[in-house]
Write a protein that binds this ligand. Sequence first.
Ligand code: SAH
Ligand code: SF4
Ligand code: F3S
Length: 493
Amino acid sequence: MSQEVKDYSKYFIAPDLKAAKKRGKEEVKVLQFEQIPENMRQVGKGKKYLIQTYGCQMNVHDSETIAGIFEQMGYTATEEEKDADIILLNTCAIRENAEDKVFGTLGRLKQLKLEKPDLLLGVCGCMSQEESVVNRILQSYQHVDLVFGTHNIHRLPYLLQNALFSKEMVVEVWSKEGDVVENMPKVRSDGLRAWVNIMYGCDKFCTYCIVPYTRGKERSRRPEDVLNEIRDLARRGYQEVTLLGQNVNAYGKDFTDLDYTFADLMDDVRKIGIPRVRFTTSHPRDFDDHLIEVLAKRGNLVEHIHLPVQSGSSEVLKLMARKYTREQYLELVRKIKEAIPDVVLTTDIIVGFPGETDEQFEETLSLVKEVEYDSAFTFIYSPREGTPAAKMKDDIPMEVKKERLKRLNDLQNEISRKKNEALRGQVVEVLVEGESKKNPNVLSGRTRTNKLVNFVGPKHLIGKFVQVRIDEPQTWTLNGVWVDQEPIARAGV
Ligand code: SAH
Ligand code: SF4
Ligand code: F3S
């Protein structure tokens, strides 16, 4: 059981490249989630929780675990801040604007806390792994009751107990990162599509990125734990899983007793009767031929690969420590397209990395033209305290960075539109997710390649696979007509 923590400083380390790079020697332990302590099982009865999630799928899935823990303590979910007894912000530290949003929300919630002093306000996720953030909360956001890190989620019942009975802010952030905790409770927000962690952490240390510090070292879940979770999801009627890791291609590299890679895992997942399997994110550096071979077998392995390139310039890639060149990346793309000709590739790109010249940026544009991604997430570089790039000279004016982002987005939109246009008249398989956000008379779902499709159809199609003929492709969505009368019966389901 944890102590009330006042001297928080010994509970975490600030991002420190040298110290972090030395990590990884200690063995990965697989722990089982302990039952909720007897005295905490009813603590939430008649009370409500609200989790606001920022950031990537990893955080989205962590919030499902946190929700699972809350519900085991008797709490029920609410979407309304004013009805909540606990509000937890599950935060992201990837760029400065992500952090600004959280501080903005914390400031705004101060009023609610004044009106409702029993409201418990917590901060977790990647920002809480940063010393500067915790200091700022301690100094300027005294109305926060609880701060915990990404390695402390399983400790929530104890931390909550402290927070409920203490007048002090409870802070527990471990830099300890060697463990994998199994059997955490989960409340999945979707009954059709599920996230499945296959590994945690990141050891790639791209020079701009905060994740290796906020998420700790790379560690894989045991194959049987992953496969059993997916089998269980299939039995419970899930139609799609997305395997999660910051760099899924590094899966298994930390096993000392097993020779089992991401390609082996995908080959085993392929044999499970779940209709669609996605994964994110794959680092180009560890993408090997065996994986291409397995993905080319298709079946439930969909034809979509998110393959972040970050830059089209080998010099910039070197400064980013991505450990591949433009040529190696293009060669990988060539191999993937050869094995899976209809593959849809998407990517992440950073513009305005410190020192990026006009010519280097032009190389990014030319790479985008060459690869022809179906879509891309594009970002202006944001310095993150403690990372090596934050110390590099960054003399590109913001207007130039914005101009580059605009040119890149214009180019990408043109390509996305062209790619979608090529689908005009084609019939695609759509997993129907629900009513369209904009129009309840329209249903929407996704293709195997993760493209959003809207069409008119009866509500009983929700949760089913249907055929839709695309007749109005747009830049980000496809509008079409439902062409089959019966949902497709899928083999193995
Ligand atoms: N693990 C994933 C990336 C996770 S972060 C991978 O390596 O592909 C998602 C994206 O955020 C990154 O791909 C990168 O494009 C962007 N990003 C990360 N750090 C950033 C920073 N400091 N400034 C701007 N964008 C950043
Ligand atoms: Fe960040 Fe690079 Fe790790 Fe992705 S691979 S999480 S960009 S350090
Ligand atoms: Fe953000 Fe943490 Fe994900 S920094 S992008 S929530 S791993």
